[in-house]
Design a protein around this ligand. Sequence first.
Ligand code: OAD
Length: 251
Amino acid sequence: MLQQYEKLKKVLSSAKKIVFFTGAGISAESGIPTFRGKDGIWNKMKPEELANFNAFLCNPELVWDWYQYRKKIVHEASPNPAHLVISELQNYFDEVTVVTQNVDNFHNRAGSKIVYELHGNIEKNYCISCGKRHDFENLVVGEKVPKCECGGLIRPDIVWFGEYLPEDAYSLSELAAETCDVMFVIGTSAVVYPAANIAYIAKRNGKILVEINIERTELSGIADISLIGKAGEILPQILQLVKEEKSYGKN
Ligand code: OAD
């Protein structure tokens, strides 16, 4: 592990553009459950009943209950040291981009300025009839299934199974993967596509891939540096390395 940190220190000393590609594992230490594994959400719930447009049309109340429940957990929790370090690293590199599969809004709350959300954001909603946005509103008050002024059902702005990713977020993420110096892949099983492509695009373009995870994943075989452990513990150590190396701030 020490060797891996030494390698990383060298890589970061000349890096200017960093991408952090994150998944549910980065929020695990904030108390947000991940999707796969022993205690994963998809081990207890059926995605086809909750994260699916047809399910929403058949039973919007159930789907809204589920998202309100998840929203409550997110509101009661806070970004952890991993999110906060990523934000702080903006002071040390020319460009820090976050590409996240998470919908918990934690990277924004932590202060990261460039955040591409590939799977949506639990704080955002839109009308399925007219497309009007209903962001950051408390839509539950007084009604279980919120409706737009036009009469249409309002849905969470989350990418459900079988749906396309937001085009802009995906193409900007691709560009960031192609043009960065280093990509950190943190807390993702990297089995959900097309999101997982982002890491492969970086690798194909000759970028250094650094994986942080509590266990090996689909990506471990192609990672240049692999740091096994909790994101909330490893990222503060990386910040320390960067501070030692770049004691005068941005290059
Ligand atoms: P997963 O639940 O598939 O994977 C979580 C990963 O985080 C695993 O590889 C864990 O080993 C790792 N992990 C857990 N705790 C960690 C910690 N403290 N530090 C570092 N790593 C940790 O979650 P995702 O890969 O994000 O999509 O799942 C991808 C998508 O599948 C989600 O965005 C979601 C889901 O269906 C939608 O909802 C559209």
